[in-house]
Design a binder for this molecule. Structure first.
Ligand code: PLP
Ligand code: ZN
Length: 416
């Protein structure tokens, strides 16, 4: 049973029936899924949710499928980790890390959006799925397609991290490297989707796909004991995740599952590609696309983000702000999270960490404010290169106790 009323244009409000469409025919505005919240409210209570399996599908009435999901059944319900050591380092009272670096099955929050998109593609009877990706979406689409024997065609910029390319090809997907930026890849994918009608998870299936990100927000609230945090800090690429976390929190309030505490939603991008963050920081309402992104945070390197305008609205409308750390700050952020909490995140997580640090220093996040949640959305093992250059190498010794004892006068001094 579905609670979806249809799709509505975010700009002019025109209504469309459920179909693989993403742009309004009248004004070219993006389409958004709308729900019958009265009907959802009659079914979805805290106890009903608590009685269900620990996956993103415990909120199924708020996701846009007509039938039970057919891929990604175990995706979601990643840990929300109380991060006291990191809190002390950053100088805040109550800090949590929502840790999608351990998401099933491909170690990023993109597992959530793809679970919805491919389940929906199958409901529409679409036989081939595809995507334009900065890496994590490629991994998730290839894996979830393989899990149900579907053909996947994945288009990526040619210069992605080797681990992300390998962790796409391994699933047997057709991987196409495009000589150009992500924005070139995305433009090409719109043309391919128009010509061949394949299910591009983030193009013609985008309204359905994007709804999957709401589950990240629902889980934060449920794991905090049905309380909305005072702050969340969210990485941004296309700007969809941050917008959907905002939508998730307002839906929970509308349904009476959370009281209307006002969460400040902050956005993080790398300095070398910050088209959305810079709108907020510089007080502009027009987005200046970044033609040649220059950052180690390749997963966030989208120069012309589809949801820039709505992401800006989410930040400013909630009283949040934005920050855009440099590459060295991104590396420091990755190391700080690993050293204080034992969580290894990819460069995108380093961006979120660097942004959090700046937002605290600038006073946008108060030291005594209620729960602060850092959104860690991807896994460090996928982006090792920038760290390999800066981390100390292992001490090298022969296999004798005397060799080891030699270290006690040097690197291990003071341990015994
Ligand atoms: C690890 C990671 N975090 C965050 C994002 C940002 O997502 P969005 O495009 O919804 O803003 C991405 C996008 O690729 C990502 O790979
Ligand atoms: Zn419209």
């Amino acid at each position: 049973m579905s609670f979806v009323k249809g799709l509505s244009c975010r700009e002019c409000g025109n209504i469309y029936p459920k179909a693989p469409v993403h742009v309004c025919e009248y004004c070219f505005g993006p389409l958004e899924i709308t729900y019958d919240y009265d009907a959802v409210g009659k079914i979805l209570s805290k106890s009903v949710i608590a009685s269900r399996a620990p996956s993103m599908w415990r909120y199924a009435e708020l996701l846009p499928l007509d039938n039970p999901p057919s891929v990604g059944l175990q995706t979601g319900m990643t840990p929300l980790v109380r991060a006291d050591r990191l809190a002390r380092r950053l100088g805040v009272r109550e800090l949590w890390v929502k840790n999608d670096s351990v998401s099933h099955p491909t170690l990023s929050f993109k597992d959530r959006v793809v679970s919805v998109a491919i389940s929906k593609a199958r409901e529409f009877g679409i036989p081939i799925v595809a995507c334009a990706s900065t890496g994590n979406l490629a991994n998730a689409t290839a894996a979830q397609a393989a899990s149900v024997g579907m053909t996947a065609v994945i288009l990526i910029p040619h210069d992605l991290e080797p681990a992300k390319v390998m962790a796409t090809s391994v699933y047997g997907a057709h991987v196409v490297g495009v000589k150009g930026t992500y924005d070139d890849v995305n433009r090409l994918c719109s043309e391919i989707a128009g010509k061949y009608g394949w299910g591009f998870v983030n193009v013609n299936l985008r309204p359905f796909y994007a709804e999957g990100s709401k589950s990240y927000g629902y889980e934060i609230a449920e794991q905090l004991g049905w309380k909305l945090p005072a702050h969340v800090i969210t990485p941004m690429a296309g700007g969809s995740l941050i917008t959907k976390i905002g939508k998730a929190f307002s839906e929970l309030t509308k349904l009476g599952l959370c009281s209307a505490a006002k969460t400040k939603i902050h956005g993080a991008q790398a300095e070398g590609c910050a088209p959305i963050a810079s709108m907020v920081i510089e007080g502009r309402d027009a987005m200046k696309p970044v033609k040649q992104p220059q950052t180690i945070a390749k997963s966030l390197a989208i120069g012309n983000p589809a949801d820039a305008f709505y992401a800006r609205q989410t930040m400013l409308g909630s009283g949040g702000f934005a920050a855009a750390p440099t590459d060295p700050e991104i590396i420091d952020g990755m190391r700080m999270l690993a050293e204080t909490e034992g969580i290894f995140t990819e460069t995108a997580g380093g961006v979120t960490m660097g942004a959090t640090r700046r937002l605290i220093e600038q006073g946008h996040i108060g030291k005594d404010d209620g729960p602060v949640v850092i959104c860690i959305t991807g896994q460090g093992l996928k982006t090792q290169d920038p760290l390999v250059e800066v981390l100390p190498r292992p001490d090298l010794i022969g296999p004798r106790l005397a060799d080891f004892d030699g270290l006690l006068g040097g690197p291990l001094r003071g341990l015994v």
